[in-house]
Design a binder for this molecule. Sequence first.
Ligand code: MSP
Length: 633
Amino acid sequence: MSKPFYVTTPIYYVNDRPHIGHTYTTVLADVVARFHRMRGEEVYFLTGTDEHGQKVEKAAAARGITPKALADEVVANYTDLWQRMGMTHFRLIRTTDQDHKEQVQRLFQRLLDKGDIYKATYKGLYSVSDEAYVTEMQAKELQAQGLAHQLVELEEETYFFRLSAYQDRLLAYFEAHPGFVQPDFRFNEVKRFVEGGLQDLSISRTSISWGIPVPGDEKHVIYVWFDALLNYLSACPANCWPPDLQLVGKDILRFHAVYWPAFLMSAGMFLPETILAHGWWLMGDDKMSKSKGNVVRPDTLLRFGNDALRFFFMREMQVGHDRGFSFEGFMDRLNADLANGLGNLASRTLSMIQRYRGGLVPVPAVLDEQDQELATRLLEVFPEYLEKARANDFHAALDALWSYLRALDGYIVKAEPWKLAKDPANDPKLDAVLANLYRALRATALLVAPVMPGLAQSLWESLGHSDQVGARTFHGFALDGPAIGPIGESKPLFQRIDKEKEMSELEAAAAPVETKPTLDVPEIRETVDAESFFKVDLRVGRILEAERVPKSDKLIKMKVDLGIEQRTIVGGIGKAYEPDQLLNRLVVVVANLAPRKLMGIESHGMLLAASDNASKPYLVAPPDDAQPGFLVK
Ligand code: MSP
């Protein structure tokens, strides 16, 4: 039995609802899956959700529900969306599924027995926001970016995976498999990373409880990436291994192109054939993010039908590169290519066949040079499309097809069939034109079926077919074969979008009515008695002067009035506030803090500010009518 074509998407975190970024990856996988089915292959298409780890634990805590309850809720969003998008995955694996948990523990044990997983003590820095240990080098980078506050000193017992032992083997494998990671420029980044040296990878945590326990040592939970990557294995039926194509975003390539192959090598398993890293949908030049409030949800765009969104994704995004999203661009593309381009061509052709030939597609007796040229172009563009699509370059495939469709418009303008129809002497030429147009549309319906299953089917039926176009295969399709019968009823393929009207509605719908971002804060600190707390002298102060400390982008030197005296205080708020914004502000000052020197300036106190690990500091502000010197208690 031949091996099915096995294609995967990343598994999505369940700390948020899906946005168009997640939708894009899954659409690409679905288009690939449908394309391979139409190549006559059996296909196994897997997607899923990544449900363990601190991110989910925190998001659930913020909502006051259990992580599993949160996961169930978000998974329902995914299931519903995938159904509305027309996805044909075989399984949506959840990392909380029992078979997956067992698989992860089994493999962990196997690598432990083999000696590739070992227990040791980690001592060093840890990045709270990335949930990862940080090397000296990385720590310096974070410091340079002003993100050092995210680092904590840590000493803990952990299980390590012997990643360092796989550096040479990985490089040798990369050398021998030049198509392993695509596109090439990403592959080069991966190679450079591995050449730079691999350190053993910590793959357990004791600080988290929401995860799969280490077998036999249950205070450790298996690191979420070890858990997550193995989903591709847990969900794989016996005859499927290895994956043929694994789609990932550029941000998670390292996990897939370095850690994942090393785990598989250690387990003695075949590696995936290709890992394809795609770029991101951006808003302007910005990453989409909840905190920026610029996230586009697929529901906003689904009102134009799933075919429209699927087509837009495939047509616009050059796999591998980033692409800016705009509602205007979205509507322009659909109007140009679907309402005008293909839609117009189909309705003109079908109405001419109806009007001039009573719905019967003629078989041409002769082709003149012009007809021949168009007929030949179809024979060329068909395999060109298939070849590009086989290389997962649907952008280029559709581009080639649409430039052929534009050539057909030109062909109609030149041939002027409405004039030909006036004189029976022109019948052979009119037959040739109508047959050429019909065949072009028939091939188009077949080619675009993986991208726009609904629209392709509707075109297919208009052309007189009653079977499912998606159940056909490309191979051996008779491009110049006669029509199988009279054409069907002509339905508009795509309703032109009234851009002006939609723009205002879409923008309103996309406006950030987002839930508040999740909190990145530590647990409540240990209890202190009131006496200890009251030792801290907190006063209302007013900032009288503020200036930046030279050579520091973070520190601001201030003169603060405490009612009974004035103080010099240096605060690390320079990234969040300009000195001008601080003047005359009321603040809360820790007035009895021992003085300390910051960049040569003695600071006598500290301003209270609120923040989480990810946000800027917000100065705590007493009400306007409070007076400098008031005691805060
Ligand atoms: N759970 C991990 C993946 C584990 S796979 C074993 C994860 N999840 S995620 O939900 O954060 O992201 C899933 C995918 O969505 C990633 O491939 C990521 O690149 C992709 N996208 C997230 N935002 C995106 C855009 N704005 N544009 C395109 N894809 C983006 O990472």
